[in-house]
Design a protein around this ligand. Structure first.
Ligand code: HEC
Length: 164
């Protein structure tokens, strides 16, 4: 009798493990999802991709993109000038400098921003992008082009996800 138990025990453990892996239904994740999120997905008619595409050319979206480039730099195009490092101005000053960049092509920030943004831009960014933002004859990106290159690239990417 003594020797029978261990093999039985081992068999029992094995059967239990088999049951767990093969026959037990995986737990549903549904109840773990935040109810507010479920509500949100129900109301959704357009996808998040379409929503972003719709916002892509608004001044607010473009401003946000410029702020991100100022903060984190950019290394996605092939300009003679090479890549751009992040942090030329502080995170605090980035939004107002971005507003000045928008103003170079007649766009606007909703909120007023201090006049010293122009001075920041000229002294920190102008050396590469030019005081007029046009990029010194193609050596650097033209910040006044109708659609910035990064926005164009994002648009292509989002569309590729939608129309696969
Ligand atoms: C040392 C030169 C240099 C300075 C200074 C500089 N940039 Fe740039 N900037 C570049 C280069 C080069 C690129 C393109 C990099 C790449 O390949 O992604 C770029 C890209 C950008 C882009 C993306 C353009 C697009 O069409 O998507 C923006 C916006 C931008 N810079 C804004 C600024 C602002 C605002 C400042 C000042 C805070 C600034 N840059 C300072 C060299 C510079």
């Amino acid at each position: 009798m003594k020797n029978v138990f261990p093999p039985l025990l081992v068999l029992g453990v094995l059967l239990f493990a088999l049951y767990q892996t093969r026959y037990k239904k995986p737990e549903t994740t549904e109840e773990k999802v935040n109810p507010a999120y479920l509500e949100h997905t129900k109301k959704h008619t357009a996808s998040h991709i379409q929503e972003e595409l719709d916002r892509l050319h608004t001044d607010a979206y473009v401003k946000n993109y410029i702020v991100n480039v100022i903060k984190h730099g950019s290394n996605q195009f092939n300009f003679k000038g090479g890549e751009m490092e992040g942090g030329f101005v502080s995170s605090k000053d980035a939004p107002k400098v971005a507003c000045h960049v928008l103003s170079l092509s007649g766009k606007k920030c909703e909120e007023p921003y201090p006049e010293d943004a122009a001075m920041f831009y000229t002294s920190v960014c102008g050396g590469c992008h030019g005081d007029d933002g046009k990029g010194l004859g193609g050596t650097y990106p033209d910040l006044t082009r109708k659609t910035l290159l990064g926005i164009e690239k994002r648009e292509e990417f989002l569309k590729s996800l939608l129309y696969r």
